[in-house]
Design a protein around this ligand. Structure first.
Ligand code: AGP
Length: 618
């Protein structure tokens, strides 16, 4: 969690750092701060609240914005409540060293006691202030430069970090390091300027050249020099290729929409095309996925597939379970990464683990991958962020190519993850012979229609808005679905909870009678997915049960449905497709519904309270 943005070069650093922090607010936004150095003095501005609150402070004094070196931070609190003092950057006792940090120093307490015994006094409750003073202490006792001090200090740190450190006595350099949290370094022409950030979005308009340092590496960034990357443990030099960034500025801006979430909802047709482009080749009757092709025999001879993920990605994983079992006839288990990593799971080298993550940085998923690898499993990643930790940690994988997802509530990440899982299931079904050629072809052609169908479905926005207006004041909601659409019910409920703070539960429709039915009365809106091929008659019976208890029914049905229309209070139609692909459609009305309800309730849609886009802590 937390976002880091920094600059060193010939331009004014303030606008670069502040705009960078705004782009990184999806990582955390309970407090923020910036340090500028104008060649004489360190200017520190920090506050509880968002980057816009920080700007109120900096706008009062032009001095606070001056300098060609700057580091900034947007925080998601771990140690110490969000307040002005705990906000980053943190300054060392001498006032010379300044740090921004993303992560957790687990042994901060013992380090702090040691530093207190050596005369250090702490202002904040943070682990970060401990780290900067530890670096200062090492620098003093070892009489070394900042880079060496950071390296030595980090060898005694347990935890996770991405840090950027500035030393007033050597103002032409920045030192960054990472373990478990990402750091990208943008490189300006002839090394005349450098950018550091938690991802490349803060510097995309300035340079397309970047390097991503790996875990347990640090980089010494000096103006006019090539970046020096070293291993933290043994100080060995590491060679990193400079990457050409593909991201464009347009991709990370709102493009005329009020919020990123609604922009990303509307981007889904294109995102899904990007996901299957070059992979799904109906004319050649095949699916090409190098991550699978290169390890095909492993997939064909696997005893079982275990899917690990968190949150929305876990819901996509559940859809994956239905797809893979139905298409490939292979046993699949879906696990919360956070549970899996701590329960000593039984895994063998004949298991394939599929790890799903939009950000590719989720700490629990990353730890679960490492555990699965240590037990001999082959791990395949499904990630959106190229070059992310999970993408690098897995043996092979497939990117979703959804483009940057900025809204904290996942939308296009979910549908593109399902698209990748559909491609994998279809490919394996063909290779394994569980699908006939004609069935395979038919499914391919059907999947190809989905982006257009979503485009068509997005036209229901006005209808969904009307429904949102009716139910926006509900205190509790129930989401029901069966089979392929049970995970969509879970996802629909999660979307509503996340951004409108209305309590919602997702349930398999038939489970309703085992408990949740007790909640139903005339105040309870119940969103039911009743697609024509998805145990339709059974779901209709469930709808009848709700009706006879006076619950309000909002049903998602297949075009042309007549039966449910007669019973439900509101009906939303989705275009006809194979049942296995309906989650790609049924989820759209739920995304729109939660969006409109949150807007009507005046909630912060893109940055809901207490959440962060990538959860890089346990
Ligand atoms: C989705 O709306 C959530 N914000 C959250 O559940 C998210 O899906 C989860 O934290 C996993 O993130 P990842 O896909 O980046 O690993």
């Amino acid at each position: 969690m937390c976002g880091i943005a920094g600059y060193i070069g010939y331009r004014e650093a303030y606008p670069i750092v502040i705009n960078g922090l705004k782009r990184l607010e999806y990582r955390g936004y309970d407090s923020s701060g910036v340090m500028l150095y104008d060649g004489k003095e360190i200017q520190l501005s920090k506050t509880k609240g968002k980057v816009s609150d920080l700007e109120v402070i900096t706008n009062k004094e032009e001095e606070r914005k001056k300098g060609r070196i700057g580091i900034g931070h947007t925080r998601w609190a771990t140690h110490g409540v969000p307040n002005d003092i705990n906000s980053h950057p943190h300054v060392s006792q001498s006032g010379d060293l300044v740090i921004v940090h993303n992560g957790i120093i687990e042994n901060y307490d013992s380090l702090k006691k040691e530093l207190i015994s050596r005369g250090y006094v702490f202002q904040s409750d943070t682990d970060t202030e401990v780290l900067i003073n530890l670096i200062e202490e090492v620098k003093k006792t070892e009489k070394c430069k900042l880079g060496k001090a950071v390296q030595l200090a980090l060898t005694s740190v347990i935890g996770a970090y991405a840090i950027a450190v500035f030393d007033k006595t050597k103002p032409n350099e920045l030192v960054v390091a990472r373990l478990g949290s990402p750091i990208a370094i943008g490189i300006g022409k002839e090394n005349k300027e450098f950018f550091v950030a938690s991802d490349a979005s803060p510097f995309i308009e300035y340079t397309k050249e970047a390097i991503y340092i790996e875990d347990e590496e640090m980089a010494i960034i000096k103006l006019g020099k090539k970046i020096q990357v070293r291993k933290i443990q043994n100080d060995a030099l590491v060679n990193h290729n400079v990457l050409e960034l593909q991201m464009s500025l347009e991709q990370i801006e709102k493009g005329g929409y009020d919020h990123f979430m609604i922009k990303e909802i509307h981007e889904q047709p294109k995102a899904i095309i990007d996901t299957y482009r070059g992979r799904m080749l109906p004319d050649q009757g095949m699916i090409k996925m190098s991550g699978i092709d290169d390890h095909l025999s492993k997939f064909l001879h696997a005893d079982r597939i275990i899917i690990i993920a968190c949150g929305t990605s876990w819901h996509a994983g559940l859809v994956g379970e239905y797809l893979l079992e139905e298409f490939v006839r292979i046993p699949v288990e879906v696990e919360y990464a956070s549970e899996f990593r701590y329960r000593n799971p039984v895994i063998t080298s004949k298991d394939i683990v599929i790890a799903i993550s939009q950000s590719g940085e989720t700490a629990d998923t990353l730890a679960a991958i490492k555990l699965a690898k240590s037990k001999g499993a082959f791990v395949f990643g499904v990630c959106n962020v190229v070059g992310s930790s999970i993408a690098r940690e897995t043996h092979a994988g497939a990117y979703t190519h959804a483009g940057p997802e900025i809204g904290v509530a996942s939308t296009k990440a979910f549908t593109t993850q399902i698209t990748v899982l559909s491609l994998i299931a279809l490919k394996l079904a063909k290779e394994k012979g569980t699908f006939s050629e004609s069935r395979f072809q038919n499914y391919l052609r059907t999947l190809e229609l989905i982006p257009n169908q979503i485009e068509q479905l997005l036209n229901i926005d006005a209808t969904v808005k009307e429904i949102a207006a009716v139910y926006k004041d509900a205190k509790n909601c129930l989401y029901l679905g069966r089979g392929f659409n049970f995970p969509v019910a879970l996802e629909g409920a999660l979307k509503l909870k996340e951004i409108s703070y209305i309590h919602a539960e997702g349930y398999p429709a038939a489970e309703m009678k085992h408990g949740p039915i007790a909640l139903i009365d005339e105040n309870m809106p119940i969103f039911v997915i009743a697609t024509s091929k998805g145990h339709y008659e059974k779901v209709v019976s469930n709808i009848q049960e709700i009706k006879s208890r006076s619950g309000k029914i909002i049903a998602i049905v297949t075009e042309g449905d007549t039966q449910v229309k007669e019973i439900a209070d509101h009906v939303i139609e989705i275009p006809e497709t194979e049942e296995a692909f309906t989650p790609l459609l049924t989820t759209i009305p739920f995304q729109l519904l939660s969006y409109h309800i949150a807007v009507m309730l005046d909630k912060n849609v893109d940055q809901p309270r207490n959440l962060a886009k990538s959860v890089t802590v346990e």
